[in-house]
Design a protein around this ligand. Sequence first.
Ligand code: FAD
Length: 436
Amino acid sequence: MSLDTPAARTIDRSGLRPDGPPREIVVARTVADVQTTVRHAAELGVPVVTRGAGSGLAGGAVAGDGVIVLDLSGLNRILAIDPVDGTARVEAGVVTADLDRAAGEQGLFYAPDPGSVGISTIGGNIATNAGGLRGAKYGVTRDAVLSVDVVLADGSLVHLGRPTIKGVTGYDFAGLVVGSEGTLGIVVGATVRLLPKPARVATASASFATLEDAASAVAAIAVSGARPAVLEILDGATLAAIDAAEGTRLREHGEALLIAQTDGFGAEEEISVVVEALSSTATGVEWTSDEAEADRLLAARRQALPAIERVGRPLIEDIAVPRSRLAEAIGRIREIAAARDVPIFVFGHAGDGNLHPIIVADADADGDIPEVAHHAADDIFALALELGGTVTAEHGVGRLKREWARRELGEAAVALHEQVKAVFDPRGILNPGSAF
Ligand SMILES: Cc1cc2nc3c(=O)[nH]c(=O)nc-3n(C[C@H](O)[C@H](O)[C@H](O)COP(=O)(O)OP(=O)(O)OC[C@H]3O[C@@H](n4cnc5c(N)ncnc54)[C@H](O)[C@@H]3O)c2cc1C
């Protein structure tokens, strides 16, 4: 569906459908547009569902019956890049890759790099505290946000945080807004950190006979002293899907693949430490500091989701477990796949213990994701909690995971969330029914 159709502005990429048509769709071009819309909504008591690019996977931007959809993708100016301060001032609708590209022209980069970097917006990334491939070394969006400009539920504009790297005056409200999924306020702008572009990059890829061997290598890297920027894992089912789509022969090298990348002045030295750790259990390891070769090694990770999408309609999940329990988590997900008789492909950011189990079941006649996929997802969420992890590492709670989020948080923490929500949004007009 193209974004030119109003209906496209009522959904995201979760597969969830709106329960009715929105009352209005507002495409904001200025902060004043956002303020006017929110004031109007507050007066009428009408819910506002804010959206960036609608690339979310948790149903957070899915509109409901009678709501006002507030689209911020038109608020897309990069206002300033300051190489000395290492910061950028942006409007919320700037596409993540556009900021990274603009920073690159000044020898800098924007570290958070979700797989959706080419479409997602900085505002959406802030609202979901998005992660990405480079999270293993550079953290998530919260680590890159210094300040946010937020339109509150009464239409007023506040600046939270500060443009300096350090600063502890007052509560960390900017940090609170990051990850609040449009429920506390509407992010219209931000000051974010930029970092010097790494002088060198080195990339390694290793095959493993078993998932347990790959998980052992992740543990070996964790204690090796090296800190790879990227550490990705792909399971055998995912490798087989890539082979089918791309004509490669990844699966025959083993049941798991790890891809690691180091960066900075000592990238080659650091990758040699990573390669040694990988070699303790790998059946084969290769590494390179050549850019084109690195692209070839990283291709498997890039091709994973498109290859799985060729198998069927995916339900993309997003748990995290302590790194020490990665093998157990993947093994148990396999058991869930067998018990539910539904294919589940697993890849993810091993360096963060963040797994994306992708459940693929044939869609029903209406094109809805079938119940069996949701049952398998429930089993996976229960597993994540049992292993001391979380039901969402980076995609957010949205409308899809509310019950599980409440279970994870517990009664006292949920009550605290509700009190904070009441302070920011006493009439409950900001994205009700989503997140907490
Ligand atoms: C192929 C693919 C790969 C992906 N890979 C990753 C990944 O690696 N890591 C990751 O974290 N996510 C990933 N995602 C999920 C998604 O891209 C992220 O959640 C992203 O941050 C959403 O940005 P968006 O602009 O599309 O926000 P939307 O989907 O429009 O909105 C997401 C949520 O944020 C709220 N929101 C949006 N803008 C604002 C704003 N300005 N102020 C307040 N609230 C707002 C919405 O109400 C909603 O709750 C992926 C998605 C796809 C389709």
